[in-house]
Design a protein around this ligand. Structure first.
Ligand SMILES: Nc1nc2c(ncn2[C@@H]2O[C@H](COP(=O)(O)OP(=O)(O)O)[C@@H](O)[C@H]2O)c(=O)[nH]1
Ligand SMILES: [Mg+2]
Length: 217
């Protein structure tokens, strides 16, 4: 990574152009929200990302909960404040205040739960409406891929690809960042840090282009 030393997990390696995306000695604080229906794996993904392992016993998040996690890229520092919002509908009023100031989101569904997939567009609407900045980067996360061979009825991958393409096109044309789909497992840890990496790149790109556009030429 441009000879820059990092403390990123090994699968966080990337061709990310740190020099371009982050000014030298910069400090960045990003608020990231994890959203999606109840029980899709939001809390598990947050815990896995910050290195707390996996807990197979489900306990519903009440209101909201957050962790901070710092990633160093040479002289740059990215501090994540990761909010894990309760997905249950009766927390909807609490949720709106928590969206404020969000820089990006992981929008998570459970590949074994069709309702969690059907609700994704509502989640995008809610995120973009309530964060006060309009459309912001998000990554679609297909979680629980360790259950692919379980014999359970799965959401077909093409459905998720179709939805991703639709939003990716709209987003690139109108807002300058792309929307990606990533398959994860909080149980095995597969692609968890990759999801944050891809999201970070989209956030950095959006911010950098905003700054460049504001500079007089
Ligand atoms: N097999 C499997 N189970 C998972 C995975 N992620 C979460 N779970 C389980 O799904 C349930 C709900 O997870 P949780 O993180 O609490 O969901 P939240 O309500 O979205 O925060 C728990 O029993 C977790 O152990 C995963 O990747 N694979
Ligand atoms: Mg939770």
């Amino acid at each position: 990574m441009n000879g820059v030393t990092t403390n990123l997990p090994s699968d966080f390696e990337t061709d990310l152009d740190v020099e371009f995306l982050f000014p030298k000695d910069s400090r960045t604080l990003w608020k990231i929200v994890l959203i999606g229906n109840g029980a899709v794996g939001k809390t598990s993904i947050r815990r896995r990302f910050i290195g707390h392992g996996f807990n197979p016993v489900y306990s519903a998040t009440i209101g909201a909960d957050f962790s901070t996690y710092v990633v160093n890229l040479g002289s740059r520092e990215i501090k994540y404040q990761i909010w894990d919002l309760a997905g249950q509908p009766h927390f909807s009023e609490v949720r709106q205040t928590f969206y404020k100031g969000t820089n990006g989101a992981l929008l998570i569904y459970d590949i074994t739960n069709r309702d969690s997939f059907k609700n994704l567009e509502n989640w995008i609407g809610e995120l973009w409406e309530h964060n006060m900045k309009g459309p912001i980067p998000l990554i679609l996360v297909a979680n629980k891929i360790d259950l692919k061979e379980s014999g359970l009825n799965l959401v077909p991958r093409q459905y998720a690809e179709y939805l991703t393409r639709k939003y990716d096109k709209k987003s690139r044309e109108n807002y300058g960042f792309g929307i990606h789909l990533i398959e994860t497992s909080a149980r095995t840890g597969e692609n968890i840090s990759m999801a944050f990496q891809i999201l970070s790149i989209q956030i950095a790109v959006q911010q950098r282009f905003k700054q460049l556009r504001m500079k007089p030429s």
